[in-house]
Design a protein around this ligand. Structure first.
Ligand SMILES: [Zn+2]
Length: 144
């Protein structure tokens, strides 16, 4: 990819990271202000649920930030925009939509197909197992 395009992606990723970090700071301040509120037990339960929800979001954001930092590293060492699987260039259109991606659209599609097949196989297995257990657990046909 051309140097000026890479620079653009680098800026894009850094902006996104800055945004996410800002969000994380907001979350932290919301969570610490909860502790100061006087609340009854019911409220406390819902505060816990909220906190868990916030923690999950923060976890996801943290992982996304990590991925973005890795993408910036790839820009710096010259491997950005190259598919991990086949070594071909990932289209810029795809990178614009998902700047942290490490797979070209072909490999991604292939991977998704494989995952789909796997989940269908799992489902078949479950169905088969279910029918087997029906036979065992008194699935006897009624006599005459
Ligand atoms: Zn590929």
């Amino acid at each position: 990819m051309e140097t000026n395009r890479l620079k653009l992606f680098r800026e894009l990723l850094q902006q996104e990271i800055a945004e996410l970090l800002k969000e994380q700071m907001k979350t932290v301040s919301v969570m610490s202000s909860d502790n100061e509120r006087v609340i009854d037990l019911n409220d406390q339960a819902s505060v816990e649920v909220e906190k868990n929800y916030e923690l999950r979001i923060r976890d996801r954001e943290r992982r996304l930030i990590m991925k973005m930092k890795e993408a910036i590293q790839r820009i710096d060492n010259g491997t950005y925009g190259i598919c991990d699987d086949c070594g071909n260039e990932i289209s810029e259109k795809r990178l614009m939509a998902r700047p942290v991606t490490t797979q070209c659209i072909n490999c991604k599609t292939e991977q998704e197909k494989r995952e789909k097949v796997r989940s269908i196989k799992n489902r078949r297995f479950l169905q088969y197992g279910y029918q087997e257990s029906l036979k065992k657990d008194g699935g006897q046909p009624p006599h005459g």
